[in-house]
Design a protein around this ligand. Structure first.
Ligand SMILES: *[C@@H]1O[C@H](CO)[C@@H](O)[C@H](O)[C@H]1NC(C)=O
Ligand SMILES: *[C@@H]1O[C@H](CO)[C@@H](O)[C@H](O)[C@H]1NC(C)=O
Length: 324
């Protein structure tokens, strides 16, 4: 009596497992390190403890995830040069300290680039110059202390720019002038220096964009004094900056005791995390440990089992009632 029902259940379960395996199989071409979804041309190499980018990533790949690895050495300058079809690239959650000049130069169709949670201290000049289709640039949680002159000049399609939690004190004059599609900026967690005139360009740009309805204009707070950068006038920031040169790092210790800066960063961290949660950007703080994985797997199996038993019971009762 139960035979056909059970067989059907089993068939459904097995075929689902088989289909998901077929869609998300290990890439053959890279020796089986990453998962490939051939229908979507996506390659997922996240959470693999990689210290180098796997070779032989298929040239037709459009989405490449390399986040949550241990990439730290400077990347080979041509790491992505054969992957010109990429529209999405994540290098987030690694240990990158620098990027080679021209590393993204072939990625002319890239729309989404994530470099968040690395150790980037600076960016090479022209690093984004070929990424004219980029709409989202994620640079959150790095150690950028300055931006190169004209770094965003070719990003006319960019809608979202995230520079949260870096060490920026100002941006080069004109840095945002080409961002004609921008709809949201996130600038929290930087020690914006509102005491010298290096901030005036950004203050004016933010003020103008606030009137035009740009989101996030109030996310840049001055390191000292509790004001938002967009409120700063030429009168507030009348002095010359310590370095006249915005592409040069100003040693933090020379301006304020380090403890003050860390306190400030600590204070503004709370609303920022809330905000990220609100937008759904929050990413897990820790990799799941093996016991956690095992627990979630056994939990999942338990759930499946009880679902199966329940449905079998319902079907059986139904069958029995119908017969009676
Ligand atoms: C970029 O995208 C366009 C339009 O989809 C396509 O015609 C072109 O071949 C792509 N370029 C590369 C280098 O893949
Ligand atoms: C900025 O600083 C760098 C490094 O100290 C120096 O090489 C460069 O000439 C400076 N540029 C200007 C405009 O002062």
């Amino acid at each position: 009596m139960m035979g056909p029902v059970l067989a059907a259940c089993l068939l459904i379960i097995l075929s689902t497992a088989w289909i998901s395996q077929a869609n998300e199989a290990l890439c053959k071409k890279d020796g089986g390190v990453c998962s490939c979804n051939n229908n979507k041309n996506s390659v997922d190499c996240s959470y693999k403890k990689l210290t180098a980018i796997p070779s032989n990533i298929p040239v037709e790949t459009t989405e490449l995830r390399l986040n949550f690895n241990s990439l730290s050495n400077p990347l080979p300058p041509k790491a992505f040069h054969h992957l010109s079809k990429l529209t999405y690239l994540s290098l987030g959650e690694n240990q990158l300290q620098a990027l080679p000049i021209g590393v993204f130069d072939q990625l002319v169709n890239l729309t989404d680039l994530r470099l968040n949670r690395n150790q980037l201290k600076s960016l090479p000049p022209g690093i984004f110059d070929k990424l004219t289709k980029l709409t989202f640039l994620q640079l959150t949680d790095n150690k950028l202390h300055s931006l190169p002159e004209g770094v965003f000049d070719k990003l006319t399609k960019l809608t979202r720019l995230h520079l949260l939690n870096n060490q920026l004190r100002n941006v080069p004059h004109g840095a945002f002038d080409s961002l004609s599609s921008i709809s949201n900026v996130q600038l929290f967690g930087n020690p914006w220096d509102c005491t010298c005139n290096g901030i005036i360009y950004m203050a004016k740009w933010l003020k103008k964009k606030a009137d035009e309805g740009l989101g996030g204009v109030d996310t840049a707070g001055c390191e000292k004094g509790g004001k938002a950068v967009l409120e700063i006038t030429e009168k507030d920031a009348a002095s010359d900056c310590v370095s006249p040169n915005t592409t040069t790092a100003i040693p933090i210790g020379t301006m304020t005791p380090a403890s003050v800066i860390y306190d400030d960063i600590h204070e503004i961290k709370v609303p920022q995390e809330n905000f990220q949660k609100f937008l759904g950007y929050q990413e897990p703080d820790h990799l799941p440990t093996q016991p956690q994985c095992l627990m979630s797997i056994s939990g999942y199996l338990g759930l499946m089992m009880s679902l199966m038993l329940t449905s079998a019971a319902i079907l059986y009762v139904f069958h029995f009632l119908k017969k009676a």
